[in-house]
Design a protein around this ligand. Structure first.
Ligand SMILES: [Zn+2]
Length: 93
């Protein structure tokens, strides 16, 4: 399952907010309640590289994720470049 961080800006009150969800979907403004606001942009968080103290951890959102990303660890690497290489070589879902 894909996982996204969506960025919104309300067309009515101009407030901005973000929401994480398993799709790029419309949201309700948490400030004024305006409905059906479309995200201005989205970040794909399906695959992540986290830097740990001594390594880089590659995570991918589980196929059955719905309410939360349910990240699974795919591997640990000694450098970010190796982690990116791994992701580039693995098949996209
Ligand atoms: Zn609003």
């Amino acid at each position: 399952m894909a996982w996204f961080l969506n960025f919104y800006r309300c067309e009515r009150c101009a407030q901005a907010w973000t929401d994480e969800w398993s799709c790029i979907c419309d949201d309700e403004c948490p400030h004024c309640g305006a409905r059906d606001m479309s995200p201005s942009r989205s970040e794909d968080l399906t695959e992540l590289i986290l830097s740990n103290e001594d390594c880089f951890v590659v995570l991918r959102s589980a196929d059955d994720a719905e309410d939360e990303p349910s990240y699974e660890e795919l591997g640990r690497f000694s450098s970010r470049a190796k982690a990116e290489e791994f992701l580039a070589a693995s098949d996209p879902i």
